[in-house]
Write a protein that binds this ligand. Structure first.
Ligand SMILES: *Cc1c(COP(=O)(O)O)cnc(C)c1O
Length: 368
């Protein structure tokens, strides 16, 4: 079986982790936390970095930093991971969905305006599978209506929008460094902020809202969402190597596209003229001319030794949210379609040319 994802740990990870162990700096203090935060914020073109325990807690803290009140609304794509909706709900806010673009599979900016109400406080674009969202219309709309923008750039480390990095295009941005992301700390995440007041609030919420002036005296409910120095040590080594990670992902994406583009029965990832796709995962979507769905497609590929993963199921179709009475009667046709007809192919950072060739042969055989 060719694995779907594999990290690349080819730099100074061991050396840095060894330093943590040797010096005893293994918890959430130590030089690597601050250095990792600084390096990642600088790479993305943001002012402040606040390292946290994972991408889900990064989103939770970013929403919490806005200080929303119950009933406030956060606009986000229907096609995303559940972490986005959870972050809004756990802040007492209501997630409001928009459908995605059929080409990029990212939030369709042209549907955002019709979802704005007097309760809207924020927009949360998610850069899907390595391709950035068309951000300018979203940022303009947010400015016009006085809304905050939180980017979820967990899948798009290093991707570019009009020459600027994903995660450097809004007030706040969130990253995951889970083992399948482009750079990893095993488990981990970060919130980047432009504003110092956001950064301070994030730091406080990350660490149980201890006060600087009086340690065990609390004026709000914080969290323990700290990252360890051990994880940040790996993270710093990964950032030092990110150009190699991106080079590999782009080579993988372009190799797949080269070999699969003659096939008319599948849609491939796109790269808009204003974007640099980092192909976090190489997704493909079955055309309507195929008379089976992605689940059947995946099992046919598995029989040929190719492991795949399904696309996200839309937030409005999640039983947990339906039971809560959310999104009743709402439909997002593009999201519904790609959720049923999309999957992603092996996209690990260590995939070889030969493995890509095998995967493409299997896809061609199944579709022939
Ligand atoms: C992976 C991911 C997350 C969640 O990150 P975790 O570290 O697994 O909590 C959030 N958003 C997106 C878009 C992701 O792909």
């Amino acid at each position: 079986m060719i694995p779907v994802n594999e990290p690349l740990l080819g730099g100074r990870e061991l050396e840095y982790v060894e330093e943590c162990v040797r010096t005893g700096w293994v918890s959430s203090e130590g030089r690597f936390i601050a250095e990792f935060e600084k390096a990642w914020a600088a790479y993305c073109g943001m002012e402040h970095g606040v390292a946290v325990s994972n991408g889900t807690t990064a989103l939770e803290l970013a929403v919490a930093a806005l200080g929303l009140t119950p009933g406030d609304e956060v606009i986000m794509p229907a096609f995303t991971i559940i972490s986005c909706a959870l972050a809004a709900i756990r802040s007492g806010a209501v997630p409001v969905l928009v459908d995605c673009d059929p080409g990029t599979w990212c939030m369709d900016a042209s549907h955002v305006a019709e979802r704005i109400t007097p309760r809207t406080r924020a927009i949360m674009p998610v850069h899907i599978y390595g391709h950035p969202v068309d951000m300018d219309p979203i940022v303009d709309m947010a400015a016009k209506h006085g809304l905050s923008v939180i980017e979820d750039a967990a899948e798009s480390h290093g991707a570019q929008y009009k020459g600027r990095r994903a995660g450097g295009l809004a007030d706040l941005s969130c990253f995951s460094f889970y083992a399948n992301k482009i750079i990893t700390t095993g488990e981990g995440g970060m919130v980047l902020a432009k504003r110092a007041d956001h950064s301070e609030r994030l730091r406080s919420l990350r660490n149980l809202s201890f006060r600087q002036d009086r340690r065990f005296y609390h004026t709000e409910m914080g969290h323990n969402y700290r990252l360890t120095n051990l994880q940040a040590a790996i993270g710093l080594a990964q950032v030092e190597n990110i150009e190699e990670h991106i080079r590999r992902k782009r080579w993988m994406g372009q190799s797949y596209t080269e070999q699969l583009k003659p096939l008319t029965l599948i849609n491939l990832p796109v790269e808009e003229a204003w974007a640099t796709n980092v192909y976090w995962m190489y997704g493909i979507v079955l055309s309507d001319d195929v008379d089976y769905d992605a689940i059947e497609f995946a099992s046919r590929l598995r029989r040929k030794g190719v492991e795949t993963r399904p696309f996200f199921l839309g937030m409005h179709e999640q039983p947990v949210f339906q039971q809560m009475g959310l999104f009743v009667g709402e439909q997002y046709p593009i999201t519904e379609r790609i959720a049923r007809r999309g999957l992603y192919l092996p996209s690990g950072l260590t995939i070889t040319e030969e493995e890509i060739g095998k995967v493409c042969s299997a896809v061609k055989e199944v579709l022939s």
